[in-house]
Write a protein that binds this ligand. Structure first.
Ligand SMILES: N[C@@H](Cc1c[nH]cn1)C(=O)NCC(=O)O
Length: 463
């Protein structure tokens, strides 16, 4: 039942990602239909990302109040309405309104799925399933690149976007039918188990790696609360740690995948369109390996999750520096390393949601997850804007060359520095809060020494 619920919600998220990326593959047709330059198309990406980011907190609060099922159903209907409008209109302002609707619908999907995972699965499994949610969701991009593109080229604009609208309505039905916010009947629940949960009080959070996590089916349905969920969440340093984790690690991937990657690879590095899409495919395949590996490491070493984040950040920075410093096009292997590093960074961004999960009580998880998600999308907007700004400054007429991209992508240093400062400050505050709750994070050197000692004793788990 847990996998049916997760699978149905995940399918709705895949369709949301298809909607998000559909205009990207229909760029030429959109430029033609709305009589705009290819460069103005970036306006659609910016509007959509801004709407997505702005909707996260309201959607998160709504999730805590009404649950994932209703939010997913309404979100899929709004997304379908946006695609239908886009299918029918021929003017730019109406197309932008359609894209706003798509952005709002899209904003509901990912965090609704993440809200379901800890409700249906034991805490040990949550990191891997969160990573799988991100990875499987990314396949929505393949649906827009292959079947959607085929309908677009074979039958035209209106049938292609009407098909996406139909898919959205279908997913609303699937979510209504199969998604449940939490297990209803609780076989094996004893009065004691429920009393244990009650004894933790309203503000109990999932313990970090103590092994004492309560199986989800024993957790009572949280009562809808009147008290302000957002103000409590923003006062929780662990939620900020999640926010800055997502901020620091998601934007390099979004900047590359959503807008500037293909122009950089083709106009800057001199690759064919086919070679550029092969690189994007390698990046998607890398996620299938890196996501579960990260999930397992998160479960096994919950006290060291921030080092996974800093490691992924270091990897992507080194990969970008090694590509941008030389003034000549890079060999293929180096570009492969770059796209793998970008995937590692996107994978690490999901650790942000895990920080939220172990920092706030279950009945505020939707709000906290929304807040974390804002981080990555605000940073993505900033980065996409800065790269575009530098390109405009160095070559106002377009026709970019490698040197223009070298300068433009260096602008990512701004969100990287801001994100790293925020991450380190939030980590310090989170450790203080954890210490107040009786969990002290030992220094890395001490933890490694203990782990080596434990191996010598035949034990496998970090203390
Ligand atoms: N962290 C991403 C999901 C992802 C991408 N690659 C691996 N995981 C994220 O937060 N996505 C939000 C969304 O709505 O897609």
């Amino acid at each position: 039942m847990a996998f049916t619920v997760w699978g149905a919600a995940l399918a709705a998220y895949v369709v949301a990602v298809t909607g998000r990326t559909s205009l990207g593959v229909a760029g030429l047709q959109a430029a033609d239909r709305f009589e705009i330059s290819a460069a103005s198309l970036s306006m659609f990406v910016v509007v959509q990302l801004a709407v997505y980011a702005a909707a996260q907190i309201p959607v998160g609060i709504l999730l805590d109040k009404v649950g994932s099922r209703r939010v997913l159903v309404v979100g899929a209907v709004v997304l379908a309405a946006g695609q239908l409008l886009l299918a029918l209109v021929g003017t730019l302002p109406l197309a932008l309104v359609a894209r706003v609707l798509v952005g709002v619908g899209d904003a509901t999907a990912f965090i609704s799925v993440l809200r379901l995972v800890p409700a249906w699965f034991p805490a040990q499994r949550v990191p891997v399933l969160t990573q799988m949610t991100g990875i499987v969701g990314a396949t929505g991009q393949i649906i827009s690149a292959v079947p959607f593109m085929a309908v677009l080229l074979g039958h035209g604009w209106t049938p292609a976007f009407v098909s996406l609208a139909g898919l959205g309505v279908f997913m609303a039905g699937v979510a209504a039918l199969l998604v449940r916010d939490r297990p209803a009947a609780v076989p094996g629940t004893t009065r004691t188990a429920v009393a244990d949960v009650d004894a933790q009080g309203d503000d109990a959070v999932q313990p970090v790696g103590t092994g004492a996590e309560v199986p989800p089916s024993r957790v009572r349905a949280p009562a809808v609360k009147k008290k302000a969920s957002l103000s409590k969440v923003v006062r929780e340093p662990g939620a900020w740690l999640g926010f800055f984790t997502h901020f620091l690690t998601l934007f390099p991937t979004n900047t590359f995948i959503l807008l500037w990657g293909v122009p950089f690879l083709t106009a800057g590095q001199g690759l064919s369109a086919g070679a550029a899409s092969a690189l994007l495919t390698i990046s998607a395949l890398a996620g299938i390996v890196l996501g579960p590996v990260s999930g397992v490491l998160q479960s096994r070493h919950p006290m060291r999750r921030s080092w996974l984040v800093i490691g992924a950040f270091g990897f992507v920075v080194v990969a970008w520096v090694s590509v941008l410093v030389p003034s000549t096009p890079r060999p293929m292997w180096q570009l492969v390393v770059l796209v793998i590093a970008l995937t590692a960074s996107a994978t690490a961004s999901n650790i942000g949601f895990d920080f939220a999960r172990t920092s706030v009580p279950a009945d505020r998880l939707g709000t906290a997850t929304g807040m974390v998600n804002v981080g990555g999308f605000v940073a993505s907007l900033l980065s996409i804007f800065l790269v575009g700004l530098v390109l405009d400054l160095v070559r106002p007429g377009g026709g970019y060359v490698l040197d223009d991209f070298r300068l433009a992508f260096s602008a990512q240093a701004v969100p990287w520095v801001a994100g790293l400062i925020g991450l380190l400050a939030a980590r310090r505050a989170t450790r203080r809060r954890m210490a107040e709750r009786g969990v002290v994070v030992p220094p890395v050197r001490e933890a490694i020494a203990r782990m080596l000692g434990a191996r010598g004793d035949g034990s496998r788990r970090e203390p």
